[in-house]
Design a protein around this ligand. Structure first.
Ligand SMILES: [Zn+2]
Ligand SMILES: [Zn+2]
Length: 433
């Protein structure tokens, strides 16, 4: 079994309240020691002077497209993108084809992921059959075979009675339900944020109430019937409701995505389809409200909503283009450069948002470097500065609005279960056959 000794890095482990220069010893897939001046005769030694060593990043909102749309992404290419982006665990949404709405698909995803062995792939099961919002899936069975959460993401469960049953049923198994909050009747074919800009561009708008009205309903559902995690929050009114609900101890948590923190609807500019996502990019006031909500704890998690598409899905009229962008390979440096380096939040808070809290909310045995825990580790190089180059992505998706952005804080090394899966120098290291 291989032994790794990570020397001289600055360990940032919010779960232990740690931010100090320590060595990390990895043995038998686990962290075996964490202290200064460690020695180990037979270990492979990495000098991480000037770098941060953090618990492995966890992305709870990823679309891997397999099975069914392998031209957009596969479990393998998505896992490579994750490793290259500093993620050691990714949870994949159920809106594949066929939908991950029964045990056979959950098993299939686990098997393909295990064969690739790059990062931990955690399947999310559908709440309703075929994401149709009518008949409940076998939540308990899917959980037994490895589903870590349940969601109809891409769709909102419109029928509140069905959602009630989902919450009650998932609650019996202690499973978390992730809600995609969107009132379809209000979306009404819209393709960007509704406002002056959409009018000027002549594009049909999506009103902010399409999100906020559903957030309000889901908070009431959570209060009465069981815990909900709200996906990709984008509007300031939604944050107000969530803040208030949390003060009243409603069992609600939420996430936002890097693009809502860094871009506004202005990015749509001259009909840039790589700025088309769902929910849509909002205004500067929303962006500021999201930053404040990161600081005050209203937002629990940052997830990418990694949504790869083919060029053909995006090289069309704005109205016809697919929603969504890729995120796995840009999230960490984007957030490091624009949140940590600019002192909007400290690195410890970013690690809470990207590792500690996902582990806590979804009951994963991860999110810390405490001795005895699984050796999932992300090493960050705060000094390395280079532009985003979408032609170098491991993901099949090239749909990013961040191409060419100069960023720092790139992942230097990704270690998954004690195995080095990515280094800045060598790239992604595929499992030996
Ligand atoms: Zn969604
Ligand atoms: Zn999604």
């Amino acid at each position: 079994m291989s032994k790794l000794l990570l020397k001289n890095g600055i360990v940032v482990d919010p779960a232990q309240g740690l931010e100090s220069r320590l060595d990390v010893l990895v043995e038998n897939e686990k962290i075996s020691a964490l202290q200064a001046g460690l020695r180990a005769e037979d270990a492979e030694v990495w000098d991480l002077q000037g770098k941060y060593v953090t618990p492995g990043l966890i992305d709870m909102h990823v679309h891997l497209r397999e099975p069914g749309q392998e031209e957009k992404e596969t479990i393998k290419t998505g896992s490579k993108a994750a490793a290259a982006g500093g993620f050691t665990s990714i949870a994949c949404m159920a809106n594949t084809d066929p939908v991950a709405d029964d045990v056979s698909i959950i098993k299939h995803i686990k098997e393909v992921a295990a064969r690739n062995g790059l990062v931990h792939v955690l399947p999310i099961g559908a709440c309703t059959l075929g994401l149709q919002g009518e008949h409940l899936t076998q939540i308990g069975e899917m959980q037994r075979f490895g589903a870590v959460a349940f969601s109809d993401d891409g769709q909102t469960i419109g029928n509140a009675l069905v959602l009630r049953r989902v919450l009650e049923y998932a609650g019996m198994f202690g499973a978390t339900v992730i809600a995609h909050c969107e009132d379809r009747t209000l979306v009404n074919g819209g393709s960007m944020n509704e406002g002056l800009l959409s009018t000027r561009l002549g594009l049909p708008g999506i009103p902010r109430a399409a999100e906020t009205a559903m957030v309000a309903r889901d908070i009431e559902m959570a209060r009465n019937f069981g815990r909900i995690h709200l996906a990709h929050i984008s509007a300031r009114e939604s944050l107000e409701l969530i803040r208030q609900a949390k003060q009243q101890k409603a069992p609600v948590t939420c996430e936002t995505a890097p693009h809502y923190l860094l871009l506004t609807e202005e990015a749509v500019g001259e009909y840039n389809t790589n700025a088309k996502m769902n929910p849509p990019l909002r205004t500067e006031a929303d962006r500021q409200a999201l930053l404040a909500a990161l600081q005050d704890g209203t937002i629990d998690i940052i997830a990418t909503d990694h949504a790869p598409h083919t060029l053909d899905n995006k090289r069309v009229e704005f109205n016809l283009a697919a929603f969504g962008i890729v995120g796995l390979e840009t999230a960490l440096p984007l957030l490091y450069t624009h949140l940590v380096k600019t002192r909007k939040i400290p690195l410890t808070r970013l690690i809470e948002l990207m590792s500690v809290n996902p582990a806590k909310i979804f009951a994963l045995d991860k999110g810390t470097l405490r001795p005895g825990s699984c050796a999932d580790i992300t090493v960050i190089d705060p000094e390395l500065t280079k532009p985003v180059d979408k032609t170098k992505f491991y993901s099949k998706g090239r749909n990013t609005p961040f191409d060419g952005w100069p960023l720092c804080g790139w992942p230097d090394m990704t270690i998954v279960g004690g195995q080095v899966r990515y280094t800045q120098k060598a790239g992604v290291l595929v499992k030996k056959p």
